[in-house]
Design a protein. Structure first.
Length: 122
């Protein structure tokens, strides 16, 4: 499956929420497997975001970097971040059935939409 990095980054937290739930074995396996498959891409994405923050931010004196809004640096950061977020990667995703996720919240469902099999509609 080809998917944007932003979608994967947003989905990771939702998968972690579901991973803490008691789910059928098949769903638990698929979620754990999908997390393992996307983690390398997410780790690299997070690393690049941190590099952008250091590149465009200013050191607050304690080793933390901050980018001030409404500055040329912030605009440049946003532009590069958007380019990074829009990068597409190929990931082997196990699809889940909605029936296997009885306790999923609407927010998590929206973030994991790409992992949910479309229901059979008569």
């Amino acid at each position: 499956m080809i998917i944007q990095l932003k979608t994967l980054a947003d989905a990771k937290l939702a998968m972690q929420h579901l991973g803490a739930e008691k789910l059928p074995a098949k769903a638990s396996y698929s979620i754990a497997r999908n997390l393992r498959k996307i983690n390398p891409d997410i780790e690299e994405y997070d690393k690049k975001v941190n590099e952008l923050i250091i590149k465009y931010g200013t050191d607050e004196g304690d080793g933390n970097f901050r980018i001030k809004p409404q500055t040329p640096a912030f605009d440049a950061f946003k532009e590069e971040l958007e380019q990074l977020q829009n990068l597409e990667v190929e990931v082997d995703i196990h699809l889940l059935k909605l029936d296997d996720l009885p306790s999923i919240t609407p927010n998590d469902l929206a973030l994991l939409d790409f992992m949910i099999e479309a229901p059979d509609v008569p």
